[in-house]
Design a protein around this ligand. Structure first.
Ligand code: CTP
Length: 405
């Protein structure tokens, strides 16, 4: 079911190259059931045409504060009252400064002053402008006033620089809007997530590992934090940024991951085991680099502890969600693991497909519980993580309600 059904979102665009992403954002918000009205500053119109936004939103774009025609149709005060949420994406450094100072010298800044709806801004600018003391001060002023910032993300910028200042992706902004309307599904709960691969040393320079990118686990940690949880992320070796508001513990081997998880698990309400833990490790890693000599080399492997099974063997233990990475008979194996590891839920994941899974941005999974399955359609890992967290939160609450009945 669309999660933004009939929600009224006023989307403001200010000047910046990221406006091209706003077009996609409008489409996503509408696909999810929202009604979107677009307001553009002259700067935004220099980057993308109002006609594009009109076509995507299904309504004329509002641009002028002092426009007789527009005021006769839906005046600025009416528009400010109409909105349930004002989202400014992209928000330029100039717009953030004007908002921080309460200026009302164009339609969008006036609407932000006139509305009683929550205002969210998604900054987008060059990394040096973002880091400038004035911008940081203005952002702090906005946050003090309850105007939450969404992003910015860090990475390569259109101007060639690398650093913080990129607007969040449309799907991340859409997820934030859904989160805003969905309430904090995990408020007050402590969530522990393990993610990524592990590395099992053969000698000081070599190891056994797997293709896990950690993206799914990091997206789950981010979605859990966005849903109001206090999140600890035990991360194997991956090159991913820590999601905002998440406590991160870095580990390398399965044994280290096991120890880090067990150190946190008693203080957790929900444990999500998303890591691709190596099942075996070299029995006796060499202390010095193994030199090439014989034609054949045998490495004896021994079993690693099963982190998930260790957690569920403890009493009490948190509500526990596992992942089943399978290449065949996906659901049958997932059900087997659900029972064998005494899990509350398991996410079945077909890792034989190259378009989803391990090293991909996308995934498609089936959530398996003792009483049935729910298929979650193919989507980005960010999107899927939000759907999974919503489903996990609902199951957790139902399970605790049964226990207290
Ligand atoms: N897992 C774990 N510790 C391990 C191995 C797996 O905690 N040593 C967890 C994974 O994080 C995942 C679940 O167990 O949540 C299932 O992992 P998977 O690799 O699919 O299954 P295995 O139990 O390792 O079984 P097999 O490799 O035989 O499929």
């Amino acid at each position: 079911m669309p999660r933004l059904e009939n929600r009224r979102i006023l989307l403001g665009l200010t000047g910046g190259i990221a406006t091209y992403k706003s077009a996609e954002l409008v489409r996503r918000l509408r696909d999810d059931g929202a009604e979107v009205r677009v307001v553009m500053t002259p700067g935004a119109c220099a980057f993308i045409t109002p006609l594009t936004l009109q076509a995507l939103s299904g309504h004329p774009v509002h641009r002028e504060l002092l426009d007789e025609g527009a005021e006769a149709a839906m005046g600025h005060i009416e528009l400010a009252r109409w909105a349930e949420l004002v989202l400014v994406a992209p928000a330029s450094a100039d717009f953030i400064a004007r908002l921080a100072h309460g200026l009302a010298n164009d339609l969008l800044s006036t609407l932000c002053l006139a509305t009683t709806a929550p205002v969210r801004v998604a900054p987008a600018m060059n990394q040096a402008m973002w880091g400038a003391a004035a911008t940081q001060h203005n952002c702090a002023v906005l946050e003090q006033r309850g105007i939450a910032l969404l992003g910015p993300a860090s990475g390569a910028q259109a101007c060639g620089d690398v650093g913080p200042g990129r607007m969040l992706e449309p799907e991340e902004l859409c997820a934030a809007v859904q989160q805003h309307f969905g309430g904090a599904a995990l408020a007050g709960l402590r969530v522990l997530v393990d993610a990524g691969p592990t590395r099992e040393a053969i000698d000081p320079v070599r190891y056994i590992s797997n293709h896990s990118s950690g993206r799914m686990g990091f997206a789950l940690a981010a979605a859990a934090a966005a849903a109001g949880a206090d999140v600890t992320l035990v991360a194997g070796p991956v090159g991913l940024a820590t999601p905002p508001g998440v406590r991160r513990v870095d580990v390398a081997s399965a044994q280290q991951m096991h120890d880090a998880v067990l150190a946190c698990v008693d203080a957790s309400d929900i444990f999500i085991a998303c890591a691709a833990v190596a099942d075996y490790r070299p029995a006796a890693p060499a202390t010095q680099k193994i030199k090439k000599s014989a034609e054949r080399l045998q490495i004896e492997l021994v079993r690693n502890p099963d982190i998930l099974a260790t957690v569920t063997a403890r009493e009490p233990h948190p509500f526990t969600v596992g992942f089943a990475a399978e290449t065949h008979d996906v659901l049958a194996y997932a059900r087997g693991k659900l029972e064998a590891k005494r899990l509350d839920l398991i996410v079945a994941n077909d890792v034989s497909r190259s378009d989803i899974g391990f090293d991909s941005e996308h995934n498609e999974v089936t959530l398996v519980a003792a009483d049935g399955t729910v298929a979650l359609p193919r989507g980005s890992k960010v999107r899927l993580a939000h759907d999974l967290i919503a489903a996990i939160a609902a199951r957790y609450r139902a399970c605790r309600a049964r226990e207290h009945a």
